[in-house]
Design a protein around this ligand. Structure first.
Ligand code: BGC
Length: 687
C-alpha cells in the first residue's frame, strides 16, 4: 500500500520519490557503491526510459528553467534546473539578489565568492532546485558584450579561481552547478546561428578561452557543463568534436554536458558528446528515437549519456531521501542580505580619488548633493536576461546615503537632473553623481559611452563643484570624457539589493573600497582589440578573432596602448607598499614571496597580483596574471604573501606540437597592485 501511495505522489509531481530501499527500486536509499546503484537502475531501463532522460519537458517546466521528467516506475525523481549565476532567478520570489558576477570577480576574493555561491546553493535547495545554471565564465573579449556583467571578466586565471570558488560554494550546499557557456561565447549578436562563427586560433582557444573551464572541472568537479550558442571554427559548440573531446577525453570530465536553451541542432550533437538537450527534445527526443531505431545512433553512447546524468543524481543524494525544497519557501534571510552587502562593498572599485576627497569626512563635509536618477528609482541592481533575480527589496543609493549621513549629522539633498541638480551641487560641500548604463542578455551594446545627457550632467556638476564624485552603476567598462574634471570616480557595478547600504559604507569610509578591475577600461572603442566590424560583431564570413591571445590587458600591454584604467586597478583609502620579493624554483615550479605593507593611516585591503612574462617571445603577451592574494592590513602591518606557481604558469600552447610547452629561459616575475603597476620584478631561469 505504501508503495502505491509513493508512486501516486510521484506521478502527481512530488519532487522526489520517498527513499525506499525496497524490492521495487532497490537503488533508492541503498548504501551500495554509486556505480553499482547506477548499473542496477540502468539494467531496468528500457530504450524509451533512456531517451526520456536526455532532454527536458519544455515550457511546462516553469517556474524552473528546465526539467528532466520524473520516472515514477523506476523511482527516478525529476531533475529541476534554474538560473543562475547572480542568485536564484527565473522569477522565484523570496530569494537574495546578489551583486552581478562581474562585481563578485572585482572582489578578487575567492573565499567571499564561495560564500556567494553558498547562498545560491542553499537558496536553490530550499526552493527544490537541483541544478543551478551557473557560473558564467566566458571571457570578456569585447566590452560591448551584453553579458559582460554576468562574467568574471577578461582573464582566464581570475575567471578560473572565481569559478572554482563559486562551484564549491553551490555544490557544498547539495546543489549541482552547471558551468557555462562552453565555449567561445563572447557576443549576443548572431548568437546560436552559424553566421556568428568564431574563427579562432588553436592557441587562443587553449590559452584564453578554455583554460579556466579545465581548472574548474579539475578542482571543483561541477556536475554539468553547458555548451554554448557559439559556432567555433565552423562547428556549433554543442556538437563540436574538438571542444567536447577536449572536455570529456583530455580533461576527463565525468559529468553531463547540457545544451544551452535551443542550442542542440541535431542528433549529431549527441554523437559528438552532448548528453542533455534543453529545454525540450527537439533533437534528442523523436529524432534520437528514430536514429536509434534505424541503427544510426550508437546505443553505447545513449547509455553513457544516461549514466553520466544518473551518476550525478546519485552523487547529489537524489535517491537517498525526499527533496525537502518547496517552491514557495522563504529562502532569503538577513544573513544572506548581509553577505550580499559585503560583496557589494568589497567589489566597489575606487578608480580616482584626488586630494583624498573620499572618504567623506564629517568634520569638513556638512552637506552632500546626491544627483542623478540612477541614485533613486533609476538605480540598476542587476543586469537583464536569464540571470535576472527578483529582489525582495532594493536599498537605493539615495536611501542608503540618507540613512548613513544621519549618523554623521551630514545633510543630504537630492536632485535628478537639469538646472536644479547643478544648483544643488553648487551649494553643497560635495556632489555625488550616479550614472547608470543598462546591459542585458540578447543585446550587445553599440557603444561604451554613457548616455549623452548623463555625460553632460556630470560635466555640468563638476564645473560648479570641485568635490564631484561620480559613481558608475554599470556592468562593464564605459568611457569618461569628464574624468579629468571630477575629483573621484567609483565603479559600483550592478550591486544587488543592498546597493545603497554598500555604497554608503564605502563613501563614508566604514569600509575600504576593496574592488579591483576584472576588465580593462579603454579610453575609447578605437583602442579595443576587436575594433573592426570583421572582428566585432563579424560579417557574413563570421567573426575573426584576429587579436588571437591578445585579449584584454594582453592587448593594451603588447601594443603599448594606455587604457583609461588598467586591469587589476583600484585604490584604497590607505597606501600600500611592496618589497622583499623572493623567487625560488624547484624544477618547473616556483615559490614566490613578497611583503605587502600598509604604510598609511587607516586599515584597508590590497590585492597583491603576480604576473609572468615569457622569455624573449614577441608572439606572447608581455605579462599574464598567474597569482593573486587579497590581504586586509591594519596601519603599519605587513603580510608575507606566498604564491606557488606550477608548470602551467610558464606553459604556452604550441600549435605545431598541439601541446603545452615550457620554453627554457628567463621568465619575468612581476608583482604589484595592478597589471600596470608592478614595482617589483625578479627573473626566474628555467632550464
Ligand atoms: C542562456 C543561459 C540560461 C538559459 C536558461 C539561455 O538563454 O544563455 O545562460 O541558463 O537560457 O534560462
Amino acid at each position: 500500500v505504501l508503495g502505491v501511495a509513493a508512486l501516486v505522489a510521484v506521478a502527481l509531481g512530488t519532487p522526489t520519490p520517498s527513499a525506499r530501499a525496497d524490492e521495487h527500486c532497490p537503488w533508492v536509499g541503498s548504501t551500495r557503491p554509486r556505480a553499482e546503484r547506477v548499473a542496477q537502475l540502468m539494467e531496468r531501463m528500457t530504450t524509451a526510459d533512456r531517451v526520456r532522460m536526455v532532454s527536458g519537458i519544455g515550457l511546462e517546466a516553469a517556474p524552473f528553467g528546465g526539467v528532466i521528467p520524473v520516472n515514477a516506475r523506476l523511482c527516478i525523481p525529476a531533475l529541476e534546473l534554474a538560473d543562475g549565476p547572480a542568485g536564484v532567478a527565473n522569477g522565484f520570489a523570496d530569494v537574495t539578489q546578489l551583486p552581478a558576477p562581474i562585481a563578485a570577480a572585482a572582489t578578487w576574493d575567492p573565499d567571499l565568492v564561495e560564500r556567494y555561491g553558498e547562498i545560491i546553493g542553499r537558496e536553490a535547495r530550499g526552493k527544490g532546485i537541483d541544478v543551478n545554471l551557473g557560473p558564467t565564465v566566458n571571457i570578456v573579449r569585447d566590452p560591448r558584450w551584453g553579458r559582460t556583467f554576468e562574467t568574471y571578466g577578461e582573464d582566464p586565471y581570475l575567471s578560473g579561481r572565481m569559478g572554482v570558488a563559486y562551484v564549491e560554494g553551490v555544490q557544498g550546499q547539495g546543489t549541482m552547478a552547471m558551468v557555462k557557456h562552453y565555449a567561445v561565447y563572447n557576443q549576443e549578436t548572431n548568437r546560436n546561428v552559424a553566421v556568428g562563427d568564431a574563427v579562432v586560433s588553436e592557441r587562443a582557444l587553449r590559452e584564453v578561452y578554455l583554460p579556466h573551464f579545465d581548472v574548474i572541472v579539475d578542482e571543483a568537479a561541477p556536475a554539468s557543463v553547458m555548451c554554448s550558442y557559439a559556432t567555433v571554427n565552423g562547428e556549433h559548440a554543442c556538437q563540436n568534436p574538438l571542444l567536447l573531446e577536449t572536455l570529456k577525453s583530455e580533461w576527463a570530465f565525468p559529468g553531463f554536458v547540457t545544451s544551452d536553451w535551443y542550442a542542440a541542432q541535431s542528433v549529431d550533437a549527441a554523437a559528438a558528446g552532448l548528453d542533455v538537450e534543453m529545454p525540450a527534445g527537439f533533437s534528442l527526443g523523436t529524432p534520437l528515437e528514430q536514429a536509434l531505431a534505424r541503427g544510426a545512433f550508437p546505443r553505447l553512447r545513449l547509455d553513457d549519456m544516461v549514466r553520466r546524468i544518473l551518476t550525478q543524481m546519485f552523487r547529489f543524494g537524489m535517491f537517498d531521501g525526499p527533496d525537502p525544497g518547496q517552491q514557495a519557501a522563504m529562502v532569503t534571510s538577513a544573513v544572506h542580505a548581509g553577505i550580499a552587502r559585503d560583496v557589494a562593498a568589497q567589489a566597489t572599485v575606487l578608480l580616482k580619488n584626488d586630494d583624498a576627497v573620499l572618504p567623506l569626512d564629517s568634520s569638513t563635509v556638512d552637506s552632500v548633493a546626491v544627483i542623478g536618477a540612477a541614485a533613486g528609482p533609476g538605480a540598476l541592481t542587476r543586469g537583464g536576461g536569464s540571470s535576472q533575480v527578483d529582489p525582495p527589496y532594493v536599498v537605493t543609493p539615495l536611501e542608503g546615503i540618507a540613512e548613513r549621513a544621519q549618523a554623521s549629522a551630514v545633510a543630504v539633498e537630492y536632485a535628478a537632473d537639469g538646472p536644479d541638480a547643478v544648483a544643488l551641487a553648487a551649494q553643497s560641500d560635495v556632489a555625488v553623481v550616479f550614472a547608470a548604463l543598462h546591459e542585458t542578455e540578447l543585446a550587445d551594446l553599440s557603444t561604451i559611452d554613457l548616455a549623452e545627457e548623463v555625460d553632460r550632467l556630470i560635466a555640468a556638476v563638476a564645473a560648479v563643484n570641485p568635490r564631484t564624485i561620480v559613481v558608475l552603476n554599470t556592468g562593464s567598462p564605459v568611457t569618461m570624457p569628464w574624468v579629468d574634471e571630477v575629483a573621484a570616480v567609483i565603479e559600483a557595478w550592478y550591486p544587488g539589493q543592498e546597493y545603497g547600504s554598500a555604497i554608503a559604507s564605502v563613501l563614508f569610509g566604514d569600509v575600504d573600497p576593496g574592488g579591483r578591475l576584472p576588465v580593462t577600461f579603454p579610453r575609447s572603442l578605437d583602442d579595443v582589440p576587436a575594433s573592426g566590424p570583421e572582428h566585432w560583431p563579424g560579417t557574413d564570413r563570421g567573426v575573426e578573432y584576429a587579436e588571437g591571445v591578445f585579449v584584454g590587458y594582453r592587448w593594451y600591454d603588447a601594443r603599448g596602448v594606455d587604457p583609461l584604467f588598467p586591469f587589476g586597478a583600484g585604490l584604497s583609502y590607505t597606501t600600500f607598499a611592496f618589497d622583499d620579493l623572493r623567487v625560488r624554483s624547484e624544477g618547473a615550479t616556483a615559490t614566490v614571496e613578497v611583503n605587502v605593507s600598509n604604510i598609511g593611516a587607516r586599515a584597508g585591503s590590497e590585492v597583491a597580483q603576480l604576473y609572468v612574462g615569457y622569455p624573449d617571445r614577441s608572439d606572447a603577451p608581455p605579462r599574464q596574471l598567474r597569482g593573486f592574494e587579497r590581504v586586509e592590513l591594519e596601519p603599519g602591518e605587513t603580510a608575507r604573501v606566498t604564491f606557488r606557481l606550477d608548470e602551467g604558469a610558464f606553459a604556452r600552447w604550441d600549435e605545431q606540437a598541439h601541446d603545452w610547452m615550457v620554453d627554457p629561459g628567463d621568465y619575468r616575475i612581476m608583482v604589484g597592485s595592478s597589471s600596470a603597476d608592478l614595482p617589483l620584478e625578479a627573473r626566474l631561469h628555467l632550464p
